[in-house]
Design a binder for this molecule. Structure first.
Ligand SMILES: [Fe+2]
Length: 598
């Protein structure tokens, strides 16, 4: 809403204003609701309290999410017990000189004192400020921005990010984004929390940055490595991750659009199954735990400003559906998918050996989810045709993309779409049967190649499909092919962002080799350092690769072209931010499906 609006227009607008709240509420008050007399002045909730008081009462700060032309979700959490009143106000200026909505909510134990409110008659493409007050303490302002309407040719700028492991690591990438202050929203592609603490494969907690999991499952005999199990565990992780000041500053300034990946529930999970024990724990089956998945879904809903329905009386898969679309003006539509809740199990069981994929040991991820012989896996996959999206979501997705008239269609995609194989035929120590191409991980789309080709073929004519991906902890720019082994003209592009902080892909592969007597003996350690070159050499669809990277992605969208950048951070283990280490820039011309390194 512009400041120059006449008071009549303003009253008209405010009369139309409505609010939906998903928590107990006393109800909002709108300025100027009475048409008769002078415009009513709303009683505001006062300036921000001291930082110490805010941290005590609002330890996870404030946030907003899922902006639409007329609505946005506003979120906070209070550290108060029982039913506590929480007031809020919304204004178009940072000083709240003229609040347009004030209201009151009630926090409860039931939602772990998280609160959400959805004003539903806001103005499109408009910046709003909001704040909350509880127990005599007022938060800092939060800022959000509604989406432009579908006919508005406005430029749209946004960040995309994923993977913010807290253990021993810092969120300098969020600091860099706050410093730039140049995006309309942030698309978060999953691994907002990690369900584990001290997982030896990739986590090293420090005295200052470690997580506490109150109940949990022990992942080792010493009980050092643990994974979240209960609702209390998952809530506790969101609280600890949410305590980070850089993350709080990013959430305070930009609306977020969140989907989950595996770690919001469990590493390399599928449906309500985890894979922590790689088939070794038969008393736990293949680690199916519907209550655990349901608990993780509930905590995600409570702690994210997501505009979907959640039914806490139901269990997975009937509790929540997070796949959805969001529209930002003429040029941008987002298609946010859920690639964990409906997917099939990994094709090769952890609890078997398999000559075709090179799986030589029982009860391991190697040869099941990681490092599989491509030729053997491809034959098995072509027969089984496992699904990653699930039938319903796949039909929904294809329909939505083809029905969109947005110039650019952005697919919020959790796991890497482009093929990621490495040729090991020149590694001398490898036995003959191991010489050839290997997939690095089939937890991503390489494990679902039939469906990948089917979906891409079904949406390619929609044009200007841009796949945005997290999960891998590496930067990639890919031109996507219907058949990566028989490349033709590319049909879409993909940008994979490095993690905000999580251990890089190169380091994770390094640890897999280091921790495996077999792989070390086969002489694979030197190959890890050559990964970027080997991938580039084998896979021409990979236009850019950096497997040791941290940071986030940035996109500016206009009618004719796309400007995409990887904002890079060198070190995420130092406590202090020393600046972004630079940007890698790309452009994509409309209609080209080609990536140019700018
Ligand atoms: Fe991750």
């Amino acid at each position: 809403m512009s400041h120059g609006r006449s008071s009549l227009d303003r009253r008209e607008f405010l009369r139309l204003t409505a609010v939906t709240v998903a928590a107990g509420t006393i109800g909002p008050t709108f300025a100027g609701c009475d048409d008769g007399g002078d415009e009513e002045t709303l009683e505001g909730i006062g300036p921000a309290s001291s930082a110490a008081d805010i941290a005590r009462v609002f330890p996870q700060g404030v946030a907003s999410g899922d902006p639409k032309p007329n609505s946005v979700i506003l979120w906070t959490r209070v550290e108060l017990s029982g039913d506590a009143p929480v007031d809020y106000e919304i204004a178009t200026d940072q000083a709240f000189t003229d609040p347009i909505i004030v209201g009151s909510l009630t926090s409860s134990d039931d939602a772990d004192h998280t609160l959400r409110v959805k004003p539903t008659e806001l103005e499109p493409g408009t910046t709003y400020y909001y704040r909350f007050r509880a127990d005599g303490v007022t938060t800092e302002w939060g800022r959000t921005r509604t989406a432009p309407t579908a006919d508005d040719a406005a430029e749209v700028t946004f960040a995309f990010a994923s993977c913010q492991d807290f253990n021993g690591r810092y969120y300098h990438a969020w600091h860099a984004l706050v410093e730039r202050d140049d995006v309309d929203f942030v698309m978060f592609l999953g691994d907002y929390i990690y369900e584990t603490g001290n997982d030896p494969r990739f986590q090293d907690g420090t005295a200052e940055r470690k997580v506490d999991i109150p109940e949990g499952i022990s992942l080792d005999e010493e009980g050092i490595a643990k994974a979240a199990l209960t609702l209390g565990d998952y809530r506790s992780l969101y609280k600890q991750y949410g305590s980070d000041k850089d993350l709080q500053e990013a959430r305070r300034r930009f609306p977020f659009i969140n989907i989950w990946d595996d770690h919001e529930f469990a590493d390399d999970s599928w449906q309500d199954h985890s894979t922590h024990f790689n088939g070794a724990m038969h008393d736990q089956g293949d680690e199916k735990d519907t209550d655990r998945k349901t608990a993780s879904n509930r905590a995600f809903f409570e702690y994210q400003p997501i505009d979907v329905e959640h039914d806490k009386t139901k269990k997975y898969p009937d509790d929540i559906r997070i796949y959805r679309t969001l529209r930002f003006g003429k040029h941008v539509e987002l298609f946010m998918t859920d690639q964990r809740s409906y997917r099939d199990d990994h094709l090769i069981s952890e609890h078997e050996t398999n000559d075709d994929t090179g799986k030589v040991e029982m009860d391991t991820a190697l040869g099941s989810r990681q490092l599989l012989k491509k030729i053997g896996f491809d034959a098995l996959e072509a027969e089984a045709k496992p699904t990653l999206l699930g039938a319903d979501q796949k039909a929904w997705f294809i329909d939505k993309v083809n029905g969109s008239d947005a110039t650019w269609k952005f697919w919020g995609n959790e796991v890497m779409h482009g093929q990621l194989a490495i040729d090991l035929s020149d590694v001398e120590a490898l036995p003959e049967s191991f010489k050839g191409d290997f997939y690095l991980t089939v937890d991503q789309w390489d494990g679902f190649r039939s469906e990948r080709a089917e979906v891409l073929a079904a949406i390619k004519d929609a044009g200007n499909v841009v796949v945005l991906t997290g999960d891998l902890h590496a930067n990639y720019a890919n031109e996507l092919q219907l058949d990566f082994d028989a490349p033709g003209d590319p049909v879409a592009v993909e940008f994979v962002t490095a993690g905000i902080s999580s251990r890089s892909f190169e380091e994770i592969i390094g640890r897999i080799v280091e921790n495996s007597d077999l792989l070390s003996a086969l002489g694979l350690a030197p190959v890890v350092a050559e990964m970027d070159d080997r991938i580039r050499a084998r896979d021409p669809h990979v236009k850019y690769v950096k497997n040791k990277a941290y940071g986030l992605g940035w996109v500016k969208v206009s009618e004719g072209s796309l400007d995409v950048r990887f904002i890079e951070i060198d070190d995420v283990t130092t406590t202090t931010y020393s600046g972004s280490s630079g940007e890698v820039k790309f452009t994509v011309a409309s209609g080209s499906n080609r990536i140019e390194l700018a």
